[in-house]
Design a protein around this ligand. Sequence first.
Ligand SMILES: [Zn+2]
Length: 312
Amino acid sequence: MNPSRPLIGALLSFLSVSFVHTPSPALAQTCGSAGLAMQVLGSGGPEVEDKRASTSYLIWENGRARVVLDAGGGSALRFGESGARMSQVDVFLFSHFHVDHSSDFPALVFSSWFGDRTRPLPVYGPSGNEIMPSTTEFVHDLFSDPHGAWRYLSEMVEPNPEGTYELQPHNVAPTSVPVLVFRNTGMAVYAVSVVHGAFPALAWRVEIAGRRIVFSGDTNGEGQGLTQLASGADIFVAHNAVPEGATGLERRLHMPPSVIGTIAANAHVKQLVLSHRMLRTLGKEDETQTEIRRRYSGPIRFANDLDCFPLN
Ligand SMILES: [Zn+2]
């Protein structure tokens, strides 16, 4: 008797169980399969040392990933891990075009080139200025002939009959009060300009299935626009990029916990989610929470990659 045969049989049986019949975790959708949910794809800032994907969020409705907001580094992998498919997405929103909010956009687009999307994809983001491209410039700088970095995908912006689908970028004009930007079945999307140093930036509100999901994006919290936008939000995602007491450039770009707490309280938000966590705020959660608690009494959650917030 050849003693190796049972071993080989056992090994084959193990392989068939482990690799054929077990669903891949990368394809298992666990968020938003029924009802409404917001999923954090990237909870980090620009630093890779935080071991988090950079900013990105998904809104699920009944198993469909309907809205993507931002696509920072690492978030394309998280998008795949979430089980989302680009063919499901109704609209792609950008808060602004810093690398940690936009660098995985071409990765998602090229991934979707292999998928089954045929309908156009609207892409909304800020207008540009002398230091940042507008949303239309950003998309064309990536994909257009003859100067786009990935002009081999120019069919995404200059459709031809053999192309897959068309990216349709739009610039949102600066606005100090929330404006309706996009509508789709059962969904309305509003934006307002926020202050992020000299970089054009938007905060976003998605109204869907009777709920309001609001994303601050990166901002120092100046002005009343964000409070108006966040009014009555079921979830307010605020960026915890700097600790209390931050000064100089950090403070000109980002809001400390006291400002987040004031906005959350004044807007009467029902739940606060803190994301865009950086080395300078990670480990300071107790202090951050204490500062916010002085002003805001609702639930506070610190986000991690792939966290799911159901809204049923
Ligand atoms: Zn950022």
